[in-house]
Design a protein around this ligand. Structure first.
Ligand code: ATP
Ligand code: MG
Length: 416
């Protein structure tokens, strides 16, 4: 599954060393969003120089990187410049064209590979991978059908009525609940497919979720694997609102199964880098419910942001180590934590007018860690930053998180 050419050839890129051109060792990232920014910050802490390829002039990662190449993801000159500057390249954005990663991989180690990013960016291929691995990973995905043609749409009504009510999801370019329509009947399904312009989709059966969780795995060029314990996630209107990261956040039996499944999915992809696998906990009448795999992200994930403040190695540290061929430390979580996402809504009052949040009150809380991504314009639903609350025990973390959510009027308050 891996491009293969660099696996054997990968020698560690040490921070602070010089490359062949006499430049400081430099790591590159495709995409300039907040995930790129936190990657850049982790790489720089270790002593690397960084380069970001991002078309926007003002981006969270571009602002803090040594080099910002302002170019589109498929711009040959921009990619050549990135390859010239960097000793290894990663991505923060799974919708980067697979051809871009392939081109870069001709001359530089690229992690994760074009092949695995290609699978993760297409729900049809992603679900085929989950299904192929189910016997080994022990976890299946939700019952689903592919809809690419009117005949396949008709077949749902005729043969797969069990998938309704369901969620119609575009095969490509979905995130934060975008490109998804909930449908109850065959008529609603047909209307929804038309609304989505008849693009390739999957129809997934609507499952009775009791919880959601995700697992972060890091895997090196040499096959070494480390992972974080599963975090429990709460979504509000399709967007992650709260992550609970502490012992006891979910039944241990489920947590162990999720972690083992995520590792096995990464191994089957011959994955290099940080992979996040999202799971549903579904009510099947059993004591804890059963685990269903939802989707995977070929990069660090919003649900892993707590690792910056609550662990001795963060998901971004591991991304740096993995791509650079450094040893992967097994991360240790030293504090229980809750992460609260800060959407643009926090900056908008009831009339939609801009207001400055009461940071003084928020920053007065014990164990609070504020991360703002440097985005210049607050818009409803836009991820502007996050808060991580750490503390000596779960009770104090919950108290701090409730206070912060109350001060900022966050939707997650009901879920802490
Ligand atoms: P992300 O921001 O994680 O990339 P996304 O837009 O790719 O999100 P999904 O993760 O597929 O979308 O779905 C978003 C949310 O919708 C899930 O976290 C879950 O709460 C709900 N959901 C999705 N699929 C199902 C399902 N089959 N049954 C019940 N709820 C679902
Ligand atoms: Mg998701």
């Amino acid at each position: 599954m891996n491009d293969g050419i660099h696996v054997a050839a990968m020698t560690p890129i040490f921070p602070g060393s010089e490359n062949a051109a006499g430049q400081p060792a430099t790591l590159g990232v495709l995409g300039g969003g907040q995930l790129g920014r936190m990657f850049v910050q982790a790489a720089q802490r270790l002593g690397y120089f960084t380069a970001v390829l991002e078309p926007d002039a003002q981006s969270p990662a571009g602002q803090v990187s040594h080099h910002h190449i302002q170019a589109n993801y498929n711009d040959p000159a921009g990619l050549a410049q990135l390859a010239h500057l960097c000793q290894a390249i990663t991505t923060e954005f799974e919708n980067v064209p697979a051809q871009t990663l392939q081109t870069l991989a001709l001359t530089r180690p690229v992690a994760p590979s074009a092949a695995v990013v290609g699978i993760a960016q297409n729900r049809i291929e992603e679900k085929a991978h989950f299904t192929a691995c189910a016997a080994v990973s022990g976890v299946s995905c939700a019952p689903y059908a592919v809809i690419e043609t009117p005949a396949q749409l008709q077949a749902i009504q005729d043969e797969r009525a069990d998938l309704l009510p369901g969620i119609l999801k575009t095969a490509r370019m979905g995130y934060d609940g975008k490109g998804q329509v909930r449908v109850r009947t065959a008529a609603e399904l047909a209307a929804a497919w038309t609304e989505l312009d008849g693009v390739a989709c999957v129809l997934e059966k609507m499952l009775p979720l009791t919880a959601e969780c995700s697992v972060l795995v890091a895997r090196g060029w040499n096959g070494q694997v480390v992972s974080f314990a599963p975090q429990r996630n709460v979504h509000v209107e399709g967007i992650l609102a709260v992550t609970h990261a502490y012992e006891g956040n979910m039944p241990l039996a489920l947590a162990d199964r999720a972690r083992a499944a995520a590792i096995s999915l990464a191994q089957h992809l011959d994955y290099v880098g940080v992979l996040c696998v999202e799971f549903f906990v579904v009510d099947d009448g059993s004591e804890h419910g059963c685990l269903v795999v939802n989707e995977m992200a070929p990069r660090p994930h919003n649900s892993g942001h707590y690792t910056i403040d609550a662990c001795d190695a963060s998901q971004f540290d591991l991304q740096v180590h993995a791509m650079a061929g450094l040893p992967l430390p097994q991360p240790r979580q030293h504090s229980p934590a809750i992460m609260l996402n800060l959407l643009g809504d926090v900056w908008l009052d009831a009339d939609g007018q801009l207001q400055e949040p009461d940071w003084y009150a928020v920053l007065s809380l014990p164990g609070i860690h504020l991360h703002l991504y440097g985005k210049l314009e607050a818009r409803a639903g836009r991820k502007m930053g996050h808060l991580t609350i750490t503390g000596p025990d779960v009770a104090s973390v919950k108290t701090g998180a409730r206070r912060a959510a109350g001060l900022l009027n966050l939707p997650g308050l009901d879920f802490i």
